[in-house]
Design a protein around this ligand. Structure first.
Ligand code: ADP
Ligand code: MG
Length: 246
């Protein structure tokens, strides 16, 4: 788990620990500390009207920016969506232009329902203009991407999808997820309740890129969620806000 400062003085290492581990104090402080792109800053304020971070956002954001795997538990309505979206869009916004322009899917957000997937998609579009970062919701009704002219192939940076639609599209070879480097499992407790465990496993098996970051968000943490996290993740950080069974 990496300090990438070789031969750093002790003081510098402490500084780095602070950089990624210390909760954000406010959105302004977050943007300064991690050098957020100005379009994200402006949209946060003008379109989102988000003034101060919620407790889960304060804790989860630096850890996610540090590319750690994460199991985050916080009550419904506590702002979990923004907690996973901000680090995700920040990371994509700082990728080199060349990398950004390839058509590979770079981030996958798995949600138990189509309705929730649409909500997440709306929140992404609120944060970033589509010419900077392209987000899409997968739907079975969409015309197949497979037979498209490669020149017109639609670029998708972030794909939001339910497990079943994702499996369907992967099996039909309509999408490829082998270049995905960030995966979010939203409402992990619901995902398991609905019996999506096998589908999630099948999807993860297709995400074969090196160093994939996985984060899992849930309102409750039944032992199944924790077990899944520990099984699919590498040395995950666990954050719990409020009571575990709220
Ligand atoms: P959860 O996923 O934890 O149930 P959501 O992410 O759906 O919660 O957020 C609930 C509501 O709070 C949404 O309307 C969202 O836009 C709003 N919200 C999220 N973060 C903030 C914030 N920092 N300040 C103000 N409102 C916020
Ligand atoms: Mg949520």
């Amino acid at each position: 788990q990496g300090h990438n400062i070789k031969g750093a003085e002790e003081g510098e290492i402490e500084e780095e620990e602070y950089f990624y581990n210390y909760p954000i104090q406010g959105f302004k402080e977050m943007m300064n500390r991690f050098q957020f792109k100005s379009y994200i800053q402006e949209n946060m304020i003008n379109k989102g009207g988000y003034l101060e971070p919620t407790p889960i956002q304060m804790q989860a954001i630096p850890i996610s920016i540090n590319k750690r795997d994460l199991i985050a538990v916080a009550p419904t309505g506590s702002g979990k969506t923004l907690a996973f979206l901000l680090p995700l869009v920040h990371r994509l916004s700082t990728k080199s232009e060349k990398e950004k322009n390839n058509s590979d899917i770079k981030a996958l957000i798995i949600s138990p329902t189509r309705e929730l997937a649409n909500q997440i998609h709306r929140q992404i579009k609120l944060l970033v203009p589509s010419k900077k970062i392209r987000a899409s919701v997968l739907s079975k009704a969409k015309t197949s991407l497979k037979n498209q002219d490669p020149k017109n192939k639609k670029r998708i940076d972030i794909l939001v999808a339910t497990p079943l639609s994702l499996i369907y599209a992967i099996r039909a070879q309509e999408i490829k997820v082998d270049r995905v480097t960030q995966i979010v499992l939203d409402e992990a407790d619901k995902l398991l309740e609905e019996g999506f465990l096998e589908q999630v496993d099948e999807i993860l098996a297709e995400c074969t890129a090196e160093g994939v970051q996985k984060v899992m968000y849930s309102a409750t943490i039944p032992s199944m969620v924790e077990m899944l996290g520990n099984r699919i993740m590498k040395d995950p950080v666990k954050i719990v806000v409020g009571t575990q069974n709220a």
